[in-house]
Design a protein around this ligand. Structure first.
Ligand SMILES: Nc1ncnc2c1ncn2[C@@H]1O[C@H](COP(=O)(O)OP(=O)(O)O)[C@@H](O)[C@H]1O
Ligand SMILES: O=C(CO)[C@@H](O)[C@H](O)COP(=O)(O)O
Length: 496
């Protein structure tokens, strides 16, 4: 049985799964932490990848590998393949003013017109997360660095390039071939200079170098080649993966993490994934994206040729990390505390903008606790308010998806914080829907592994479809709507 590897180079860590290409059975896995922060030298991702690969027992025996990863991060390379400055990540908000400038410029001075034009062309109204705003920030704040940019990549593109053996001459076997950079539609669709629906039957789309020029001030830079969903982007260097495989392990196009999760879960129209990692994401696959000029919904691409519609918050699992820190509680204790307080926490409401916010677009906001009284000054009330506040932000995202006529039939709860029993139960109350919790797993890495198996199958039999792997549901909870939770939240959300 051939083996394939899937990688998730996420915000907080690198996770690797090795799976049987035919059945999808998990064979081995590993993970390693990334440093904290919203700007990080990509070498940390490379180090974590190698540590996770060691923990997974090495990758010598895999026949294909693919990388999913946190979206949007700006990896600026010079002509020698060196990283010019630390990568600005999706959750770095310093480029919020640059986003506003770009919106006004495309709208000839009018914000509403500009917002709609960005949505029409790229699927998204610009916010600080999107790569193009970071390039504009670089142009304005660090012009010397901007002048050195010879290529712009995203976290997953860059890691795939390193796995193929490329990089600076003194630290890679194949050297700095910038034309060897590859990506896929899903991640390209989060840059702000790519139109996923342009031409080509919707499979490859097209870069919009006119928009890149608007951001960086010039467009004479290499951009990763956008591969079709099961097209190989080269082979892994034998020192890294697939040393025992004839010709080396194929490298898949990779994916943005949310598209990776959709592939790992086998999502169909009607399925909604709610991911509670560093980011909170409500997402759905659809045949074509819409263009939401309000900015609540990003119309990205998925990893199969469809669209991926999503609402993303900056504040998810780390809101609970903050609650644990305030309360000195373990994950289990936090969950028990939250479940010991009533729905609505007797009026104690957290608006959870602890790191600013992206949806709604409030990059400079801070979190606020409302309804503090003697009776609500208990550990239980505080724990519950943090869980409810985190989920209310995502419920607004679900409403925004519905407003785009996205069908909602099944909600799948995934990501690190989905493991909390309190989060699962409160989710049935806040969303007012039945909730399915898949078996605990690394769904982004699984999606990348499924893509790797698809690339392998296509190499043997052109036109082969993605392998049918099943994602088992561990727990299904009935809907238990408690409208009071969202009513209280809606009453204070805009007071920040
Ligand atoms: N049982 C749990 N309850 C609440 N939060 C959890 C639990 N297990 C993990 N987490 C949180 O999940 C987050 C990591 O989730 P993950 O989906 O891997 O994030 P990312 O993909 O952004 O790196 C961390 O903030 C961690 O504290
Ligand atoms: O910005 C987005 C999507 O638009 C985030 O979803 C990032 O892709 C980070 O994901 P996590 O590391 O939080 O899973």
């Amino acid at each position: 049985m051939p083996l394939v590897a899937g990688v998730d180079t996420s915000t907080q860590s690198c996770k690797i799964v090795v799976r049987d290409a035919e059945t999808g059975a998990l064979v081995r896995s590993g993970s390693a932490k990334h440093p904290d922060g919203t700007e990080i030298h990509p070498d940390h991702w490379w180090d974590a990848f190698r540590e996770a690969a060691r923990e997974a027992g090495g990758l010598d025996d895999v026949a294909a590998i693919a990388v999913g990863g946190q979206q949007h991060g700006m990896v600026a390379l010079d002509a020698d393949g060196r990283v010019i400055r630390d990568a600005l990540l999706w959750n770095d908000t310093r480029s919020a003013p640059a986003a506003e400038d770009l919106i006004h410029e495309l709208g000839d001075g009018d914000r509403t017109t500009g917002a709609q034009r960005w949505a029409d062309v790229t699927g998204s109204v610009l916010v600080a997360s999107l790569t193009i705003t970071k390039l504009r920030w670089l142009r304005d704040a660090e012009p010397d660095n901007a002048a050195r940019v010879a290529a712009v990549a995203l976290p997953h593109d860059w890691l795939s390039w390193r796995i193929a053996g490329y990089g600076p001459a003194d630290s890679s076997p194949l050297g700095p071939d910038l034309d060897a950079l590859c990506t896929d539609r899903s991640d390209a669709s989060g840059t702000g200079y790519y139109d996923a629906q342009a031409s080509d039957g919707g499979t490859t789309g097209a870069y919009r170098r006119d928009l890149l020029r608007l951001g960086l001030g010039r467009d004479d830079v290499a951009l990763p080649r956008v591969l079709a969903p099961s097209e190989p982007g080269g082979v892994a260097h034998p020192s890294i993966a697939g040393g025992a495989v004839d010709g080396g392990a194929l490298i898949g196009p990779g994916t943005g993490d949310n598209a990776g999760a959709a592939l790992g879960l086998g999502m169909q129209p009607g399925d909604i994934a709610i991911s509670l990692g560093t980011s909170g994401v409500v997402s759905a696959v659809a045949p074509r994206r819409t263009a939401d000029g309000s900015g609540a919904i990003n119309g990205f691409a998925d990893a199969t040729g469809n669209a991926l519609m999503l609402a993303v918050t900056l504040n998810a699992a780390r809101v609970l990390d903050a609650a644990r820190s305030v309360l000195g509680a373990s994950f289990d204790e936090l969950s028990d505390l939250a479940l010991a307080a009533p729905a609505g926490s007797d009026g104690l409401v957290l608006v959870p903008y602890l790191e600013g916010e992206r949806t709604p677009n409030r990059p400079d906001a801070t979190g606020t606790l409302h309804g503090v009284r003697l009776a609500t000054s208990t550990r239980e009330h505080l724990a519950r308010a943090y869980v409810e506040g985190m989920l209310c932000g995502l419920a607004d995202g679900l409403d925004a998806l519905r407003a785009q006529d996205v069908p909602v039939e099944r909600v799948l709860l995934i990501g690190g914080a989905a493991q909390s029993p309190a989060v699962q139960e409160v989710a049935t109350q806040v969303f007012g829907l039945p909730i399915s919790v898949p078996e605990p797993g690394e769904y982004v890495a699984d999606g990348a592994a499924r893509q790797a198996a698809w690339v392998l199958a296509t190499a043997g039999s052109p036109g082969a479809g993605a392998p049918e792997w099943s994602a088992a549901v561990a727990r299904t909870l009935d809907a238990d709507p408690r409208p009071v939770v969202r009513e209280q939240y809606a009453a204070v959300r805009d007071l920040v």
